[in-house]
Design a protein around this ligand. Structure first.
Ligand code: C2E
Ligand code: MG
Ligand code: MG
Ligand code: MG
Length: 278
């Protein structure tokens, strides 16, 4: 058995699992040079106000243009970057790019940037963010940092401190993939967040006709909770017009999804925002 093989654990393992492990290992090793060589790029996906369909901003989503493998998605390399600590300089780079980009959009008002839990323990986070905003001349109110609910459930005060400071500076904080982390009410109250981003898994059932009654109840519950706590609700994964309409009626504020636009180059958002201003 693999375990008794001692030093080489992979010796008798499943060849597909081996291939995946080797691929992860290669990607991990290639990450630092990829950052130096400018192989990362950012796509933006519009955030749409359900009330009137206008574009209120966009989420920055990082991709890796790997010289051999083509475009590699964040789900494949962010966990690797988190493990090696490269997420700190990579995350800073994304923030820099996205903030600079946001100053070039006239119609859209803000940009959302994902923050990894590892960045919360980086002592430079607050200072770097303040400097990036100042250098670009972007008001802090135009930046929203998204952090997953799982990363903040049960977080120590030390972890929350930089978020509180950012919040006091005027930066918005959104709880990403909300609903997957089992937050409780008391826990939510102590978090410096102003927005809940309901995970895609809960809006999927709103797409079907009739809509999944349990998912409808969940959305209703989250909207009520958000109202109670004075937070806004963004829904992910909106793929059809009917789904958007239902979610609007259920009281959600903002939507994001393929129905409006897939993530794309920054110029596209400019066009969307301008079209909407007409
Ligand atoms: P997320 O922050 O929850 O981002 C939303 C994901 O849903 C994106 O996947 C987006 O392309 C996808 N999506 C948007 N609309 C739809 C839709 O209508 N249907 C479906 N099926 N999917 C939709 P993506 O771009 O692959 O990003 C995956 C995750 O990677 C993100 O999830 C985020 O957690 C992470 N990520 C992306 N960029 C960064 C970054 O710069 N830093 C960090 N730390 N994480 C990032
Ligand atoms: Mg996000
Ligand atoms: Mg999300
Ligand atoms: Mg997600």
């Amino acid at each position: 058995r693999a375990k008794s093989a001692g030093g080489n654990r992979f010796e008798f393992a499943d060849p597909e699992a081996d291939a995946r492990a080797i691929s992860r290992h290669r990607l991990t090793n290639a990450l630092p040079a990829a950052l130096d060589n400018g192989e990362f790029f950012i796509e933006y996906q519009p955030l749409v106000r359900l009330e009137d369909g206008s574009v209120g901003g966009a989420e920055a989503l990082v991709r890796w243009l790997h010289p051999q493998q083509g475009v590699v998605g964040p789900d494949r390399f962010i966990p690797l970057a988190e493990r090696t600590g490269l997420i700190v300089p990579l995350g800073r780079w994304v923030l820099e790019q996205a903030v600079r980009q946001a100053t070039e959009w006239e119609g859209a008002t803000r940009v959302n940037v994902n923050l990894s839990p590892c960045q919360l323990t980086d002592p430079g986070l607050v200072r770097d963010t303040a400097r990036i905003l100042e250098d670009a001349g972007l008001p802090p109110q135009a930046l929203c940092l998204e952090i997953t609910e799982t990363a903040l459930v049960g977080a120590e005060d030390e972890v929350l401190r930089p978020l509180r400071t950012l919040c006091e500076m005027g930066v918005d904080i959104a709880l990403d993939d909300f609903g997957t982390g089992y937050s409780n009410l008391a826990g939510l109250r102590r978090l410096p967040v102003s927005e809940l981003k309901l995970d895609r898994s809960f809006t999927r059932g709103i797409r079907t006709s009739p809509a999944d009654p349990v998912d409808v109840k969940i959305v209703e519950g989250v909207v009520r909770l958000a109202r109670t706590l004075g937070l806004s609700v963004t829904v992910e994964g909106v793929e059809t017009a009917a789904q958007a309409e239902r979610l609007r009626k259920l009281g959600c504020d903002t939507a994001q999804g393929w129905y409006y636009a897939r993530p794309g180059p920054p110029e596209r958002l400019h066009q969307l925002a301008l079209a909407d201003a007409c």
